[in-house]
Structures are given as C-alpha cells and as structure tokens.
Design a protein around this ligand. Structure first.
Ligand code: ARG
Length: 483
C-alpha cells in the first residue's frame, strides 16, 4: 500500500494548475475552502484502484470508437507510468490536487500532454470514486477474511491442546457448570466463522460496477459496461445509475461486519483480562505479550487484550459515523459521501492489527489447568445431583428444591458438595441414599455426560475439530494431543 505523499502548504495554491471547472468560475477558490474540501490525504489510498478503473475505462472508450487506438495506447501507457510512480513512492501530490482522482489525472496529463484530458470522457468522479472504493474494499475484505482464518486456526490449536482441561462455565459471571476449555475456544471459532460469512456476503453484494453511471444519469457514451465489469472482476454492472453513485450500503455492511468482529475480539479480550488477573488466575500471559508497570514492580499487565477491547469502540464509531452521514442524503451524489472514507480506513487500520495480534497471542497463553479444574467443581456440580434425582423419577422441580436445600446447608456449614457423605445426602432425600449419587459429583463425569450434539463432552469437541480440519480451517494435524 502506498502511503499518501506529503502535501505542500496550501499557501502555494496560487501556483496550482487550473481547476477542471475553471470555465464556469471567475474567481479562484478561497484558500480555506480549498483546505476544507480537500480529501487527497485520505483517499490517496485508492490510487492503484483508481488507475485500474481508468485503464478499464480508457479501453472501453477505445472499443466504443470514442477515442482512436493511438490515444488509448498513450493514455494507458501514461496511466501505467503514474502507477509505477505511486508504487515506488515517487508520486508527489501537488497543491490543487483535491482528491486522488484529480491527482492522478493531473500527473497523467503532465506525462502524456493534452490527451490526458480525454481520460475523463463519459465519466464523473461520482461513478469513479464509487468504483475505486468497491475495488479497494473488495481487496481488504479478502485480506481480513484470511486474517480471521489465521485466528480460527490459532484457536483450533488451543482447542486441540485443551481437550482435557476443565473449567467452570459461567452465566451472570457466576460459576454455572463445568465445561471443557476446548469447548470454550470453539465457541469463539463459531463466532469468527459467522464473521467470515458476513464479510463474504458483503463482498458479494459490493462486487458490482458503478462506472458508466456517470455523474448520476448514466454516461452519454455507449461504453460496454458488462465488459468493463468483467475486466475489473465485478460480477455485474449496476442497474440504476442514481443508485450506483449514491449507494454506500456496502460501506455500512462492511462496517457492521467489522464492528461485530471487533466486538467478538473484545469479548475474548475481556476474558483474557479477567482470567489473567489473580482473582481468576486461569491463565499465564507470556512475557512477550504483556507489559509491566513503571511504578509497581509486581505487575504484568494484559495490555494487548485491553487495547483490543478498547479499540473496538473505534470500529463501532466508524459504523455509526457512516450511518449518520448517510441518513439525510437525497439522491444522488452529495459531497457528504466523501466522509465515508476516513472512518472506513480507520476501522480497517484498527481491526486488522487486532486480528493479527490475537492470532499470535492465543496459542501462547498458558492455561493453569489445576486452577481451572479446582474452580470447575463444587456448586457448579449442583445440576448433576438434580439430574441424578430426575433420573430416579423425581420431578425436576422437586429435585431442584432438594438440591437447593443441600447447597443452602453446605453454604451455611462452609462445606463443599463433594464433602457430603452418602449418609449426609440421604438425609435430604431417600433417593440420594446410593453410591451413584456421590459419583455424579465429578467434574469429568459432568462434562462427559453432555454428549448431546453441541454439548461440552470431549468427543463433540474432537468431532468439531475434525470437521474444521476437513474444511481446511485448521493447520495440519499435530501429534501433541493429550489425554
Ligand atoms: N472526493 C470525492 C468523494 O470522495 C470524489 C467525488 C467528487 N464529486 C464531486 N461532484 N465533487 O466523494
């Protein structure tokens, strides 16, 4: 990605080349207005897509017989030369280059002479920017898709490693029932798979060519839009020009998907923060992924997780910004639409490093198995006892009440469920006068019982991992399974 070249101070505006609309105007643009309307610092990111769109457009002008072959060749060569300058970081944005489109056209004209002014035949910046942005976002979606895939694979590594690690599952952040740590990681895999689905869905809908819509009413030149679409890898050409130049649904859809990815990462990050604290003590952070305190020598802080959690707000903010920008716009193009790009770029710049760093960090977190297992038992096994009574024919409501009394008594006496003898249990209900009643009070048994599809039993996690592997979503099988 080429970085936007530094602009010179707007004070040099007087030397700027004439504006394309100069014919209509008799006074130069006020310097403040110029600075206020300029967008090249941000939209220069679209430069290579802008060139790709222009090359396809120029060729279509040639095929339609609107420009002669020698001019097409000249323009295409010129555009490629500009592209090389951009890729090499040699391109210089000049005062007066309002946006990326004008910067590219200005440079093209410098290189090829007056014929450069023909590149914009039958085109408007309105259909041009819509085309550039779709091309650019399409690439970004593919990259983010593969970054999600890397995180899924990283969580798969964790899940395979943690097939025999139990911890309490929580509801209301209260210990609820034991679950496998592998099952916990796989829950995030499911979220991320849906995130990928949303991105792909969005990609499919955005993959439509706006070029040819002109400013709003359709170009007056008969270019073959289906052909241009094919050349640029679009599935089709837009059907209604007014919509094509004003639609930013695809930005909103993407940002909604991105916001949800950020929220999923934030939830995972929140658990890492909680679990790495002494109160939970469920995981150890690797030194390489933690920071210390400048004042308190004992500290090891989960900053990576905290920043991932914190930055989700910026992605959500981008979604809200673009929705708000759009909501009052009449058809068709309005300059407000220029404001779609900074939040979109910001969201992507924030999200991608979060995905990358989480993928690196997750397999390096070290679960403290004993600590987790120790927390998984106790009252988190109360449901097991109630289910035992149900298995012996007691209606669930009564079973619930019996076990509720047992738990209440334990709390009062400071005892754990597992401490109760067969006789202690029998005192609460005759059906509990059985060795099997005590045997259900085991974390492993509680997990193993939940073989129902989607349940936390180990074989389900193994099966899910096998499916993921078949789907090519995990790395090659590892010989490090335990248990
Ligand atoms: N920089 C503009 C944008 O991002 C390009 C389109 C400008 N069109 C116009 N009619 N002023 O939206």
């Amino acid at each position: 990605m080429s970085t936007p070249p530094r602009r010179r101070a707007p004070a040099r505006r007087a030397k700027a080349p004439a504006k394309p609309w100069e014919g209509r105007f008799s006074a130069a643009t006020d310097a403040l207005v110029e600075a206020f309307t300029v967008s090249v610092e941000s939209d220069f990111r679209l430069a290579t897509q802008d060139i790709a769109g222009s090359v396809a457009h120029v060729r279509s002008l040639g095929r339609a017989g609107i420009l002669p072959p020698r001019e097409i060749t000249r323009l295409e060569r010129g555009l490629r030369a500009v592209e090389r300058e951009i890729r090499a970081g040699r391109f210089r944005v000049r005062p007066g280059d309002e946006d990326v489109h004008m910067a590219v056209e200005r440079r093209l004209t410098e290189l090829v002479g007056e014929v450069g002014g023909k590149v914009h035949t039958g085109r408007s910046r309105n259909d041009q920017v819509a085309t550039d942005l779709r091309l650019w976002l399409r690439e970004q979606i593919d990259t983010i898709d593969s970054e999600i895939a890397a995180l899924i694979a990283a969580l798969g590594i964790c899940a395979e490693r943690d097939l025999d690690v139990a911890l309490p599952g929580y509801t209301h952040l209260q210990r609820a029932q034991p679950v496998l740590l592998a099952h916990h990681w796989l829950a995030y895999v499911e979220m991320l798979l849906r995130d990928q689905g949303r991105l792909r869905d969005c990609r499919q809908r955005l993959n439509v060519l706006p070029l040819g819509a002109g400013a709003l009413a359709g170009s007056g030149f008969a270019i073959d839009r289906a052909r241009v679409a094919r050349e640029l890898g679009f599935a089709s050409a837009s059907r209604t020009s007014l919509d094509a130049v004003s639609d930013r649904d695809f930005v909103v859809e993407f940002l909604a998907a991105a916001a949800l990815i950020a929220v999923h990462l934030s939830r995972l990050a929140e658990e890492i923060v909680l679990w790495s604290g002494e109160e939970f003590g469920f995981i150890d952070l690797p030194d390489a992924f933690a920071t210390g305190s400048s004042m308190m020598p004992q500290k090891k802080n989960p900053d990576v997780a905290e920043l991932t959690r914190g930055r989700s707000g910026r992605v959500i903010g981008a979604l809200v910004a673009v929705l708000t920008m759009l909501k009052g716009l009449p058809l068709a193009y309005n300059r407000d639409l220029q404001e779609d790009k900074p939040p979109l770029f910001e969201a992507i710049d924030v999200l991608r490093p979060c995905l990358q760093i989480m993928a690196r960090m997750m397999p390096r977190l070290r679960p403290r198995r004993e600590r987790m297992a120790g927390a998984a038992g106790g009252f988190a096994l109360a449901t097991e006892l109630a289910d035992f009574l149900v298995g012996r024919g007691l209606p669930f409501r009564q079973a619930h009440a019996v076990v509720g009394r047992i738990v209440g008594a334990c709390v009062e006496q400071g005892r754990a469920l597992e401490d109760l003898s067969r006789r202690d249990l029998a005192a609460f209900h005759p059906l509990l006068d059985h060795v099997a009643a005590r045997r259900v009070l085991s974390v492993d048994a509680a997990i193993a019982r939940r073989r129902i599809s989607g349940g936390t039993a180990r074989r389900n996690a193994e099966q899910r991992l096998a499916e993921l592997r078949t789907d090519g979503l995990l790395g090659p099988a590892r010989g490090r399974r335990r248990g």
